[in-house]
Design a protein around this ligand. Structure first.
Ligand SMILES: Cc1ncc(COP(=O)(O)O)c(C=O)c1O
Length: 469
């Protein structure tokens, strides 16, 4: 880290509070200050170049320095630089985008509501369900089922949906939030239980939860098709089909949180297409603008829309809105991003072409002594780090091996992300096979470096002994 007291790093440490950042590592290594980007690479303020192995926060899928998006933004900035969607007003690119999203939707959807982020999308979906149920004379139908280890955002309601212990530091969850099982077959499948049976057991548990709470108190179920910040957890075979059957039986709306999976990441345009379920509400953000502008959207099925409209008519309006949502510059950027992703021979086609190479490369790590599970789908993957492969024993939490892998990767010019003891990969959709090979060559070097430390310091033996005690 730069020693000068007026360096960018020192000023950042002095004045800036980072999101979700391990404070000790930050104090030791200093922040990573980025200055520019091109393709899948970003360059820091010392001229060092990195492969961006997770597309920023899963979102910068078109790569960095995409001039066509910059030009679309600039053109809109010059024409109408800002507007809103209150009081029946809007700008024409916002209408074009709503229409395009309805066209792209995986199932028949009726209407789109714009927001600024994934968290706002999820909060909005919850408020929609609360309002339409109250309007239909069912004021007690309010509970939302999320899942353990899920991540749905950071505002009060969406943070409550996060099945993570840290939310307790805010006095959350809200009282209406329930949690179903986290679907992680490798970790939680019973000996001799096949994936389908495991999925069936989770569906039975969901049925039992609904019975215990009372279906008439439950408004919705929210799920990420692939759990992103839960550790890139790919659902077991048959999981969503079985879960959907339970929810339909009890008239519980399904919200697909497509903030990470939407627009291609899993190898289909939508995660719910990859996993074969039919959402009533879709929440999306991130890839919608490839991270070039804060924007999100909520897509409503005709049934949800009709019920919401009925409740809104009684009130005279939908009393909800964010000043900068439905922004014309965001809409122009989204339209260009969706064009680049979905056009023939575009970025989605590239993703589909390179995804098998990416998944095969990821699987090569399955034999590494540090890797318990190599998992993924499309252009998303994770390596789950364990101390003991046979027993799946993790390293002691305070050894932070996942964090160490990611820090070592950064020194080797590769930006990755730790989630618990998993190391996550989600490169931009434009990545080539040669770049994937380079990314995994750096990963192999880093894993060997960390393995040498683990052996030297006896960390594996310590974890195995601790687990046996
Ligand atoms: C699945 C999912 N939903 C919602 C969110 C929240 O989105 P935002 O950070 O834009 O509020 C995220 C963020 O990572 C996410 O991964």
């Amino acid at each position: 880290m730069s020693e000068h007291s007026n360096s960018a790093e020192a000023r950042d440490l002095a004045y800036h509070l980072h999101s979700f950042t391990h404070l000790e590592s930050l104090a030791e290594d200093g922040p990573l200050v980025l200055e520019s980007g091109d393709g899948i690479y970003v360059t820091d303020n010392h001229g060092k170049r990195y492969i961006e192995g997770i597309s920023g926060l899963w979102n910068i899928v078109v790569g960095f320095g995409e001039q066509r998006i910059a030009e679309a933004a600039f053109a809109q900035m010059k024409k109408l630089p800002a507007y809103h969607t209150f009081f029946g007003r809007t700008a024409s690119p916002v209408i074009d985008l709503a229409e395009r999203l309805i066209e792209l939707a995986p199932v028949a959807m009726k209407r789109v509501y714009f927001v600024n982020s994934g968290s706002e999308a999820n909060d909005t979906a919850i408020k929609m369900l609360w309002m339409l149920n109250k309007g239909a004379g069912k004021p007690d139908k309010r509970k939302i089922i999320s899942r353990k280890s899920a991540y749905h955002g950071t505002t009060v309601a969406s943070c409550s949906l996060n099945g993570k212990p840290y939310i307790n530091c805010f006095g959350l969850p809200l009282k209406e939030i329930l949690y179903a099982d986290c679907p992680h077959y490798w970790r939680d499948g019973l000996p001799g239980e096949c994936e389908e049976d495991y999925a069936g057991r989770l569906a039975d548990n969901l049925e039992a939860l609904i019975q215990a709470e009372g279906a008439d108190t439950i408004a919705g179920f929210i799920a990420e098709p692939v759990m992103g910040a839960g550790g890139a957890l790919v659902p077991p075979k048959g999981y969503f089909e079985k879960i959907e059957a339970v929810l339909r039986r009890h008239d519980i709306a399904i919200i697909s949180d497509e903030v990470v999976c939407g627009f291609g990441r899993t190898g289909s345009m939508w995660g719910c297409e990859t996993y074969n379920f039919r959402p009533d509400i879709i929440c999306t953000s991130k890839c919608l603008t490839a991270g070039y502008f804060p924007m999100g959207a909520v897509l409503m099925s005709p049934e949800i829309d009709a019920q919401l409209m009925q409740a809104a008519e009684a009130l005279g309006e939908f009393p909800h809105g964010f000043t900068t949502a439905g922004h014309p510059v965001g809409a122009a950027i989204a339209l260009k991003t969706l064009e680049l992703i979905s056009e023939p021979d575009g970025m989605f086609d590239n993703l589909c072409k390179v995804a098998p190479h990416f998944q095969a490369g990821l699987q090569k790590f399955a034999d590494h002594p540090l890797v318990g599970e190599a998992r993924g789908v499309g252009l998303i993957g994770a390596l789950e780090i364990v101390a003991d492969k046979a027993t799946k024993t993790p390293f002691a939490e305070n050894h932070l091996i996942g964090e160490q892998v990611v820090r070592a990767a950064q020194k080797n010019g590769l930006i990755l992300r730790p989630i618990g003891e998993s190391v996550i990969f989600a490169p931009p959709f434009i990545i080539t096979e040669a770049e994937i090979d380079d990314m995994f060559a750096r990963t192999a070097k880093v894993l060997d470096e960390i393995e040498a430390i683990v052996e030297k310091d006896g960390l594996r033996a310590a974890a195995v002994t601790a687990a046996a005690e």
